[in-house]
Ligand binder design. Structure first.
Ligand code: PHE
Length: 349
């Protein structure tokens, strides 16, 4: 019995090593260790042997079984490893290959594209980009921007009020104050962002976007504002553009101006093919933004942050992102930006 067990163990080991797949190996295991296999049956008969033979036989049979089990386990690990490697090799796919059919990439919304283009121009001129909250205090949206208590823009018909002293910001100008509170001069920032007003027609949506600009330094003049906006106009609408400033009024700038760019459709002539230019309506100029020199009263609200109106001056401007995009891409209706009809969106970028 002992000899037979040793013989079976040796035979099984050879069979185990000869197994070429896990399925093969399982067959070998069943052949030598399965319920009806010879060795397990012999083990079951040990109890019937004469007492003096039981110990030796039991030990030899168990040793043989353990030897076969460990050979099977070792070979199983080898085969599983090899099969895994083979499967990985076979199933390898290149996830960087284009799909089939190739999927079209999405594109940035025209407002996002335009905002980024505006940011790029001013980043190139040395401005930083800052942001502020869309829901802001009346203090930042109106008071610190020198709006008199009865200023019409404060009316509940012109501003979305969240509570008596909290509004959806009506412009990005409140971030002028926040930016000055956050850092002393010299300060050169632009502030892109969403703004809100209760208006809705072909040229107004209750939500739109602005980019604010603020430059504060020891000798900033209106000529610097003009030069900065000329660089912007040329980068955005073409190298031949000119810029003109017309007197205007904003509570927080003095003097205030509206800024026009020479029409890029008629090249500032007012006519196209003998007829009136459809873009500027023959005016030769197109309004693009509001601006001015920061009112000293505004600096009064941030004096403690290093803004002494006796020492520093600044210019500020604010433009509508949708307006710039409409002019540049001849978009006829502001609401197209928010309908999100893919036939519209796909035309840009
Ligand atoms: N905040 C003004 C508006 O929304 C624009 C502006 C900004 C004017 C900065 C002057 C200076 O109409």
């Amino acid at each position: 019995m002992i000899e037979r067990a040793q013989h079976l163990a040796a035979e099984a080991r050879d069979a185990v090593h000869g197994a070429s797949s896990t399925a093969d190996l399982e067959e070998v295991r069943v052949r030598y260790l399965g319920r009806k296999a010879e060795l397990p049956q012999m083990l079951r008969q040990v109890s019937q042997l004469p007492a003096e033979e039981r110990g030796g036989a039991g030990q030899a049979l168990n040793e043989a079984r353990r030897a076969i089990e460990s050979a099977v386990a070792g070979r199983a690990a080898e085969l599983e490893e090899a099969e895994l490697v083979a499967r990985l090799e076979r199933d390898r796919i290149d996830v960087t290959l284009p799909g089939d059919p190739v999927r079209e990439l999405g594109r940035l919304h025209l407002i996002t594209q335009t905002r980024r283009e505006i940011e790029d121009v001013f980043l190139g001129l040395g401005f930083d980009v800052a942001e502020g909250p869309e829901v802001d205090l009346v203090h930042y949206n109106f008071d610190a921007l020198n709006h008199a208590p009865g200023h019409p823009a404060r009316a509940w018909t012109d501003t979305f009020y969240v509570s008596e002293d909290v509004v959806l910001r009506t412009h990005t100008s409140p971030v002028q104050i926040r930016a000055m509170e956050a850092a002393p001069p010299p300060l050169y920032v632009i502030v892109p962002g969403r703004v809100f007003r209760p208006d809705s027609d072909a040229t107004h949506t209750p939500q739109f976007h602005q980019v604010e600009g603020l430059a504060v330094d020891e000798d900033v003049t209106l000529a610097d504002l003009h030069g900065t906006l000329l660089a912007f106009a040329r980068a955005t609408f073409g190298d031949e553009r000119e810029v003109r400033l017309r007197p205007h009024f904003f509570p927080f700038t003095e003097p205030s101006v509206e800024v026009d760019v020479s029409c890029f459709q008629c090249r500032g002539t007012g006519s196209v093919d003998g007829g009136r230019c459809p873009l500027c309506k023959g005016e030769r100029w197109i309004e693009i933004l509001g601006a001015g020199m920061v009112d000293p009263n505004v600096f009064g609200y941030v004096r403690e942050y290093g803004y002494d109106p006796e020492r520093i001056q600044g210019f500020a401007f604010g433009m509508g992102v949708e307006r710039i995009a409409m002019l540049k891409h001849e978009v006829p209706d502001l609401r197209l930006f928010y309908d999100n009809d893919v036939r519209f969106l796909e035309q840009f970028g």
